[in-house]
Design a protein around this ligand. Sequence first.
Ligand code: AMP
Ligand code: MG
Length: 405
Amino acid sequence: MASSILETLDIIADKIPSLDSEIIPIENAVGRVVSEDYIAIFDLPRFNNSAMDGYAVRINDASKTVTSSEVIYAGDNPTMTLQNGTAIKIMTGAPIPNGCEAIVPIENVTQDNEKISLPSDIQKDHFIRMAGEDIKKGTVFLQKGTLINAYTIASLASQGISHIRVSRQIKVAIFGTGDELRPHWEKIETHQLYNSNSPMFLTRSRELGCDVRFIRTSADTIDALESSIKATLDADIIITSGGVSVGDKDFTKEAFTNLGMQVLIDKIDIKPGRPTIIGTINKTIIVNLPGNPLASMVNYELFVRAIIRKLSGRIDYRHGVIKTVMQSEYSVRGGKYAVVLGKFNGHSFGALKTQMPGMVSPMQEADGLLLITPDIKILKAEQAVNMIPIKWEFYSKLKEELFSK
Ligand code: AMP
Ligand code: MG
């Protein structure tokens, strides 16, 4: 029996484990997912320091003229104590001397040699950056399951961390099925067709951080399929397309089942892409997508992307949505849980005019997709919709409302 879109996503959430981890230099970690909590081993800043080039002063010297003869630079380790009636010149980032109650920026004083006239309003601790105000010692500054970006690297480096434990890269193997298919680097006859799905999934999976390879298209025989499967069983995910519907040569499921596939999902209540199968052979996750390019793309974006996120151990593995409105009216056939691809201009969603399951060219235009319920026949202009983005990686820890109603 077909599973619903939401059931399928829940099964992915429940059944897909996260991969084991490895330790890598932080400079190589952008795009990877951290696999343990990182706890600050010291305060950042480590010591109270000046936020401005200015003078270290005492509050009760406000509006007085004080003397200043010393200077503290960033990198100094001052041992003096600030006395009433004096100020110490101090540079941004330099440690605050004992007895200092505030910093007065250089532009707020008048200076006559060693005589410094201070303003009347000096507030306690003003322009002092306190130890630990950025990262507090003992607190989690990077949570397990977080995607690492360049700014995460700054936090790690600021804690003196050179290597980080991350989920290992996901190994993906891809192959197409179909006697009519040829690779794009060969000459073909008019009755043949280039395999456009495999290079599409290869590059998309790479874009999502996976280590991907694809093997030549499998012919439509059980033997050929089984040998393609055996050649890829060391992968974490095998993605195939084609041979999953009711045609006479649709042997994909049979071949995988012969090799021990445990089926998690057999057909999904979605248009396009209903014949999709998700299963496992030992630890390898199998996704058999339909052959029709746009149908397979839609199911990749909804389900394979969710599997990749879950495997990589992310806490925000659920789809995020962007709440927007329809640019103009759009009619759908109704009666099915359906997907509408469209462009997003920052204000509204413009459904693609043509988006048939067997097409190739509309896919590159799609910024996101809408999920709609069978009762919907028309999406009106300005109607509120929830777009699942494709061109931006935007995920959620929560089960968002994925359908547009
Ligand atoms: P199938 O699911 O095998 O019945 O294929 C459905 C349609 O998708 C047929 O028109 C196939 O020729 C086409 N198709 C299958 N695999 C691919 C592929 N890898 N690249 C492009 N088109 C494909
Ligand atoms: Mg086929």
